[in-house]
Design a protein around this ligand. Structure first.
Ligand code: FAD
Length: 296
């Protein structure tokens, strides 16, 4: 199933993101996650690609996406990054994905990884997107976007200009970086529309369910933390169960608000935590079904 076609059929697309286990964990851990989320009626499940194109991680992406295609009803979307990759590396990866029946990719520049120093054939995701389209015009390509501006860009306006290039190169829809303040997303959506970008945007939501996540996430993606969110975190920081419940409630509330505001999709960063994914799905399923009624 081509995800671009799904956007034509449904008002709201719901997807989940999983990641290959770290070098030290067995691949089985992600298979356990997949078994745990198999009853969620997600439109697709995306599989991340090792930071900086790290070799140990990248081969796992195709393997896990292929497993999803074979075993589950979910459509897999394979993330594909170009940092440290040659044109031939990308060609081979696409070939491997095609063999496994994977016809949707999320084309990314990739996070920088100090361990990977090999030169890259592509500087930006837009260049990668254009190359993928050249090799395989039928494959569907999604791209990433940043409601609070990408960390390396000077202004949101400039970042949106670059986003325009990515869409022109062939990205059929966009998935946003996580955010905790829905107003940032709404402002971004307005600016994107004003810039003439018309592809659907899925909102990236990450439930915060433990204290360690917060520092890491804020350092990595610079998401702003609304007072309401900080109050919740501070209040329950030392009570793991309460923090988990409060984090699920906060993410649910964000999603309800986004759905009411006509968002075209929700992309849940599951952190491979099936319990959290299932609880959030139970909270919002009827809302998504209601938005899609008569459109399936
Ligand atoms: P780009 O779109 O290339 O943008 C990168 C920077 O370059 C931006 O600042 C942009 O403004 C600038 N830029 C773009 N075009 C130009 C131009 N023509 N001239 C000058 N500047 C330009 N990382 C991973 O390693 N693996 C993953 O699996 C992964 N999955 C992700 C999933 C989602 C939904 C998101 C939002 C991010 C993900 N990332 C992942 C992180 C991502 O790789 C990083 O944020 C990376 O730094 C940027 O990737 P990009 O594809 O957005 O880059």
């Amino acid at each position: 199933m081509n995800i671009a076609d799904l956007f034509k059929q449904k008002k709201v697309i719901y997807s989940l993101e999983v990641f290959p286990p770290k070098k030290t964990s067995a691949l089985d851990t992600v298979y356990t996650t997949l078994a745990g989320i198999q009853d969620i009626p997600a439109d697709f499940v995306s599989v991340t690609y090792g930071a900086g194109g790290s070799n140990t991680q990248k081969s796992k992406t195709g393997e896990i996406a292929g497993f999803i295609k074979e075993k589950y009803k979910f459509e897999p979307v394979a993330h594909l990054t170009c940092i440290g990759a040659s044109r031939e590396d990308i060609r081979q990866t696409l070939e491997e994905l095609k063999t496994k029946g994977i016809r949707n990719v999320l084309a990314l520049r990739g996070d920088r990884n100090p361990e990977v120093t090999t030169p890259s054939a592509f500087r930006y995701a837009s260049e990668l997107t254009a190359y993928i389209k050249e090799l395989d015009p039928e494959i569907n390509i999604a791209g990433a976007c940043y409601p609070e501006c990408h960390g390396e860009c000077n202004s949101l306006e400039e970042d949106i200009e670059h986003l325009k290039e990515k869409v022109a190169a062939g990205a059929s829809h966009l998935i946003s970086q996580l955010f905790f303040d829905n107003d940032c997303f709404y402002d971004f959506r307005e600016k994107v529309e004003a810039a003439g970008i018309q592809v659907p945007i899925q909102a990236g939501i990450m439930p915060i369910v433990n204290k360690n996540q917060i520092e890491k996430i804020v350092t990595l993606c610079g998401a702003s933390l609304p007072k309401r969110f900080v109050r919740v975190i501070n209040r329950y920081a030392d009570s793991p169960e309460a923090l988990r419940d409060a984090g699920i409630a906060y993410a649910t509330d964000q999603i309800i608000n986004l759905l009411a505001s006509g968002v075209r999709g929700i992309h849940l960063y599951t952190m491979n935590n099936m319990e959290i994914a299932c609880r959030i799905d139970a909270n919002i399923r009827s809302l998504i079904d209601s938005a899609n009624q008569g459109n399936q």
